[in-house]
Design a protein around this ligand. Structure first.
Ligand SMILES: [Zn+2]
Length: 57
């Protein structure tokens, strides 16, 4: 089950504390501010700054 909109609205980027958005396939959460993405594993977002990956990769 995907993360609900309500939960998603409470999630913030661990680096900049801004809100996150799903990518189109709902496999990542994206921070537009930092230009990074976070994995979503088994519907649990991995919001660790160390695990952030650059969007441009
Ligand atoms: Zn950020």
């Amino acid at each position: 089950m995907p993360i609900s909109d309500k939960l998603l609205s409470m999630l913030v980027c661990p680096t900049c504390r801004k809100s996150l958005a799903y990518d189109i396939d709902k496999t990542f959460l994206i921070c537009d501010n930092c230009r990074v993405k976070y994995d979503v594993i088994d519907d649990i977002p991995v919001l660790l700054a160390d695990d952030a990956r650059k969007l441009d990769d």
